[in-house]
Design a protein around this ligand. Sequence first.
Ligand code: CP3
Length: 344
Amino acid sequence: MKTEDKTLIRALHGETLETPPIWLMRQAGRYLPEYRETRKTAENFLKFCYTPDLAVEVTLQPIRRYDFDASIMFCDILVIPDALGQDVAFREGEGPVLDPIRSVEALRKLNSGGVLDHLAPVFEVLRRLKVELPEDKTLIGFAGSPWTVAIYMIEGRGGTDGETARRWAYQEPETFSEIIDLLVDATIEYLNTQIENGAEVIQLFDSWSGLLAEEPFRRWVIEPTRRIIEGVRAKNVNTPIIGFPRGSGLMAPEFVRKTGVTGISLDANVPLEWARDNIQPLATVQGNLDNQLLVAGGDALDEAVLRIKKTLGGGPFIFNLGHGIVPQTPPENVARIVELIRQP
Ligand code: CP3
């Protein structure tokens, strides 16, 4: 099947589909017993991402089980700091731990020269998926947005409010922009190479954009995203790009207009009718079921899924969650939402 005939691509090109395409952020993950089995065979999480046999296998698992319309390559946003030479580790029960960058000297020790070589296994994963995925599925590549990746690089771990990063950005915007610029350039190269190796859509994850006030949001979220999209379009003009500025609230319409994203992934806080009236006329919308409702299940889940489908399904729309699937999610609840979305 040609890329432009696939459901996800048609929705991103502005078509309103009778049955909206569905995929879920973190659709490969610990809620699936088969993922936990495969995960056991890797020494650590980064090696897991960099072993094509394993990464391809876990990417395909949710497609086999649920027949989603799209497949997101298995990897992580923190492979970029790893490829830049920062120490990155994932600890059991703790999440990512990085050797924090707290000075310009530390920042200038990072080296962007080897990013593509370091990430060669990721491109192999994409090439193999291109062959192994059922032909109607869209292959999604991704990266973290500079602001969100910078937070992890500076704080050195998750679970913060990005306070060190936000202070640095206010106190010394010139040196802070060095880290953002480095990430913009590395991300453009990384994404263009993903596309050359088979990615048909790109999603940019800005999980922590909601921490920023209005002006810094423009400077550290909108502007770097705009530059990345410009850099990707310069080489790959037709590849749709979905932005996920989580927590952007009332800044979302401006984000869409100024960055030029093709689609925007909405978090669960975004009111549906407001999104229909203010965002959907500008871009395809994706979202936005609360990931905890997917854990809870029952009638409340059914009602919320049908309300999202009804409110946003009258325009260009992709069903997804407001944030990634959590490990506590019962696999049968995922099957249920696929059934609800596909029933006439
Ligand atoms: O299926 C998919 O969506 C593709 C794979 C994917 C992962 N991470 C795998 C993963 C994607 C798209 C990501 C993106 C990602 N990674 C984001 C942006 C989206 C979001 O959730 O906000 C962020 C912030 C990260 C950084 C990250 N990676 C954290 C904070 C953690 C620890 C939290 C956790 O869930 O454990 C990770 C680890 C991680 N990345 C896991 C998976 C499946 C779990 C680790 C494991 O299985 O051992």
